[in-house]
Design a protein around this ligand. Structure first.
Ligand code: INI
Length: 154
């Protein structure tokens, strides 16, 4: 995904909430997110990574982190794979709805880095093995949104 290239870190902590379900795909997404934050100058001590059981649990932990007031922005990463579950729609839908709602409620950027794919091959293709890493893209979106908020305050 092309970004402005201007995204840079300003202040505050960034949290990454990552689901264990479909590990090690989700590990690659979380590492992609953390690497991108580091590349853009976010010090490692300002990045918290928290593991949750599945994508369904991501919003609750994001909510607690956002409500703590300690975080400038958050990233939720996970992998929901249709081929392996009958309740794909519920898990993916609740993760997306929950993340969107918390971002609006708490007024901080929270990027949706949860893969929703038909099969494991598609998930790996979006986890950085063949190029794009959705966790990395999600982290960049948070930095770009923080830049935007900074501009809007001027
Ligand atoms: N959680 C995922 O993150 N990805 C999945 O593909 C998935 N599947 O296949 O079911 C999944 N299920 C677990 C779910 O997120 C919750 O942990 C569980 O329903 C308990 O609340």
């Amino acid at each position: 995904m092309e970004m402005s290239g201007s995204a840079k870190y300003h202040k505050g902590k960034i949290g990454i909430v990552v689901s264990k379900f479909n590990y090690p795909i989700t590990r690659e997404l979380a590492m992609g997110a953390a690497a991108t934050l580091s590349e853009h100058g976010v010090p490692a001590e300002n990045v918290d990574i928290i593991w949750v059981p599945g994508a369904f649990e991501i919003p609750l932990v994001l909510k607690k982190m956002a409500a703590s007031g300690k975080y400038a922005g958050l990233v939720g990463v996970g992998a929901v794979i249709r081929g392996e579950t009958a309740h794909f729609e519920y898990v993916a839908g609740e993760a997306a709805r929950g993340i969107a709602r918390i971002s609006l409620e708490e007024k901080i950027p929270i990027a949706f880095g949860v893969l929703t794919t038909e099969n494991v091959e598609q998930a790996w293709a979006r986890a950085g093995i063949k190029g794009g890493n959705k966790g990395s893209e999600a982290a960049l979106v948070v930095l770009e949104m923080l830049d935007l908020f900074n501009q809007m305050e001027k």
